[in-house]
Structures are given as C-alpha cells and as structure tokens.
Design a protein around this ligand. Structure first.
Ligand code: ZN
Length: 464
C-alpha cells in the first residue's frame, strides 16, 4: 500500500467513523472533545439539580408567600427582601440590592359589561399603563375590527365608539401590536376606549394583561383585554347586524415613582474575578396570577446556577453573577439601571444568560454570538446530552440582559420553554406554579448551571 493510498484510506475511515457518529439516533459524547475535562463537574451539577425538586419548591415558596409582584408593589418589596436572605443562606458572595426607581401603576377596580344585548359581565383586565375612565365609566357602541387596516377602512365609524380589536392569536410577536399600540390608533379616529382580544391561544375565557403605551399629542383612552370567547360573541352579534353597547369602568392610574431594587448574588471568580458570567431573570411580574412562569421560574433557575456551584464547592475562574432584575414588565428600568451602573465594566461580561420564556417542555437553549463562540457553546452543549438539551439553537437574548449586552457586545444565551403552553397563561391569573412540573424546573436549572460553569471556568474567555 502506498503512502498516498494509506492516507486516502485513513481519510475514508475517518469519514466513515464521522458519518457513523452522526447516523445514530442517540448522539454520543465525543471522548476526544476539549469539553471532557468539564464532564465530571457537569455531571455532578446535573445530578444535584435533578435529584430533588429544590428549585420547584423555592419557586412555590416565592409565589405562594409573595404572590404577584408588580414593580413598586409591597409584594415585590417583600419578595426582594426574602431573596436577599435566601441568597445569604445559600452562601453566595456579595449579596446585595441595587436601588432602582420604578413607575408605580395601580389597576384599581375595573369592569367591562355588555349592557345590550343583554347585560353580560365580561372577565377583563385593564392593560398595564392604561389611563382609567371617569368614575361613572364610559358607555359606547362597539366597533369591531380585525386589523389596523380594517380600522383605517372604518375610520369614519370610530368616533365616540369603543373599538374592539378582534385579532385571532397568531403569535405573540405578531398579535401583541394591538395591545401595545391599539389605543393610540383608535384614538386618532376619535374612539373613546379600546378592548383587545386576549393575546394568547384560546384559554378558559381568560383575558391577558400586558404593557401598552400612548403617543404624544394623541388622546389617552382607556384600554382593556377581554377573553377570546367574549370577543367572538361580540363579533357574531355585530355580524348579524345588531349593535353591541359596552360599559367600561377602570380606576387605573399612575402614582409617583417609587424605590425598588435589583437583587444580586455572586460566586466570586477564583482567578479572574473581574470577568463576569451574568445570569438572571426578572423578579417583577404583572399584578395578576403569581408570576410563576413570567418570570419567577426564570429567576429561580438562573439563581440555581450559583446555588448549585456553592453547594458542590465549585468556584470557577470567573465570577458568576446572578441578577434578579426589577421592572421588566412595565418599564425595563432594572435592566437599564444595571447597564448604567456597570457601563465601564460592560466589556468584562463574557456571557449574559436570561430565562424569561418559561421552562415548559420541550425546552431548548438559544444562543446569539459570533460563529467562534457558537462553536464553543455547541461543544459545551454535548455535556447536556443526559438532559436532552444539547441542540443549541438561535435566539439567545432577553429584555433585561439586552442593555448590558449591547453596551459590552456580550454574547447571549436564553432558555426557551415551549411557547404554546407559555403564552396560554402569560400575563393571566392562570400563571401559577400548578402548571409547571418539578422536572421541567430542574432540567432548565441544570442546563443553565452547566453552561454557566463551563463558560466561567474555561481558560480562554468566550470569544465575542
Ligand atoms: Zn417576562
């Protein structure tokens, strides 16, 4: 056999081995990989995270004891104090709060009633940031539209009406435009109030709240969500040529800004403490349900990264910093305040991780960063084969880590739960822990902890 032929044969064998490795249904750990050196600790982390439902119970304690946690509320203040104590009990380093001034929006009493035909009380939720109605409420005929184009075509009919956006749910990204911008679009044509069909897959007659805004120079009119079922009912009556009259009462209002805080705990790095792997979620929620999926669970699973390392006596080269951000839902002031405070050190953040899409199975990890960084993250992902979370997709990011990531050109990783289950209960009274299984929480925590650990431990920083 000639030398050249031997080489060709070798290449062919390697190619065969390579394709064999990818042909199997179950991906096998590649024993030659550089990530092997982290496998023992990664397996310890996975074992510790999944052997007992610690994280689920911590989430249950948070949501049962403190309930929903709108920024500026007493509930959130008390939950922040609890988190500080719990992080200290975990033995985290440098546990602290960092002050953030936040808007304080108060819902007050509210109702939406079809007064004709016949009197029919609708489950409703005023949209976050909405103005209220006069004390007696507003009463008007309803103009039903399906889209903004539809509204523009019926602009002449909008004056003095309550506009109902009866847009079927397609996706959150596509449909929430009616929640965020619907009031202003309707007010431009003289409408006096707005109702929005629930932004989510049809639930159990469930309205979904969420943030909305107004434009300068356009009248601020009250806006509320109603369920898909009631929106459909109004649509059917109107389609039969019958008018529908609604009375809307809302006490919603803004009060002066109040003090809130981001909560921070760390595992200080043993060699490069100034380099930071940031992990977190937002600790505030809407003022309905208990903010279990949005985003209590995101806070708990990212916090687990540090707790598990402390418990297992793992202190990586770089600092692991857990941040429970305040005010994501109605102001994003926690994420902005973090960026402002750490602006000078933004470049020292080697990775920013956020969990703010629930943990409903099947979950996945998404990454945003350079090709070189992606390759490394994909390799670390092979350590997650025992969890079935080794396929790293795109779409890393999060509202709270966005500002610091932009300032420091920081790669971003996100845990993404199944969106169909997440958006069914998103921003509703049904966002409670009852819907989340303990192993969904444990697996997310394990995956994020392994990712955090390896990126904090690798000799070289994750490339930007
Ligand atoms: Zn959220």
């Amino acid at each position: 056999m000639s030398r050249a032929l031997a080489s060709v044969t070798l290449i062919a064998c390697l190619a065969a081995a390579f394709s064999f490795a990818f042909a199997g249904a179950e991906p096998q750990p590649q024993s030659t990989s550089w990530v092997d050196q982290y496998r023992v600790d990664a397996d310890r982390i996975i074992q510790e995270a999944t052997s007992a439902p610690f994280a689920w119970h911590r989430l249950a304690e948070l949501t049962d004891t403190y309930g929903n946690r709108l920024a500026g509320s007493e509930n959130l203040n008390r939950a922040i104090a609890w988190a500080v104590e719990a992080m200290k009990t975990d033995g985290l380093d440098n546990v602290r709060t960092e002050k953030v001034m936040v808007p304080r929006w108060v819902r007050g009493a509210e109702s939406a009633v079809i007064v004709d035909p016949p009197e029919h009380h609708m489950p409703m939720l005023g949209l976050g940031g909405s103005v209220g109605t006069p004390p007696a409420g507003i009463e008007a005929d309803v103009l039903v539209v399906k889209t903004f184009e539809d509204l523009n075509q019926h602009a002449a009919d909008a004056k003095g009406k309550i506009v109902l956006y009866n847009a079927p749910y397609v996706s959150y990204g596509q449909t929430n435009q009616y929640r965020t911008g619907g009031a202003t679009a309707a007010a431009r044509h003289g409408a006096v109030g707005v109702l929005v069909r629930a932004i989510g897959p049809t639930g159990l007659r469930t309205p979904h709240t969420g943030g909305m805004g107004y434009a300068d120079g356009v009248a601020k009119i009250p806006a509320a969500a109603i369920s898909a079922e009631d929106a459909s009912r109004i649509q059917r009556i109107v389609d039969r040529g019958r008018r529908v009259r609604v009375r809307l009462k809302m006490e919603a209002r803004f009060e002066p800004d109040v003090e809130s805080a981001n909560v921070i705990g760390e595992i200080r790095g043993r060699e490069m403490p100034d380099q930071v792997v940031l992990v977190g979620g937002h600790f505030d929620s809407w003022d309905v349900g208990t903010g279990a999926s949005d985003d209590g669970v995101g806070c708990i699973v990212t916090w687990e990264a540090a707790r598990l390392m402390k418990k297992l006596n793992i202190r990586p080269r770089r600092t692991v910093r857990v941040v429970l951000f305040t005010n994501e839902e109605n102001g994003l002031r926690g994420g902005s305040a973090y960026r402002d405070k750490y602006q000078a050190e933004a470049g020292n953040h080697v990775l920013a991780i956020e969990s703010d899409s629930g943990v409903f199975a099947p979950g996945r990890l998404g990454f945003t960063g350079s090709t070189a960084a992606q390759e490394i993250i994909r390799n670390i992902g092979t350590l997650l084969i025992p969890l079935g979370l080794h396929d790293i997709g795109s779409g890393g990011g999060g509202a709270d880590i966005g500002p610091i990531a932009q300032a420091g050109k920081v790669p971003m990783l996100a845990y993404q739960g199944d969106s169909s289950r997440y958006f069914q209960i998103h921003h509703t009274p049904a966002d409670t822990i009852d819907r989340i299984a303990p192993d969904e929480v444990s697996k997310a925590a394990a995956a994020l902890a392994v990712m955090t650990y390896v990126v904090a431990e690798m000799p070289q920083a994750l490339p930007k």
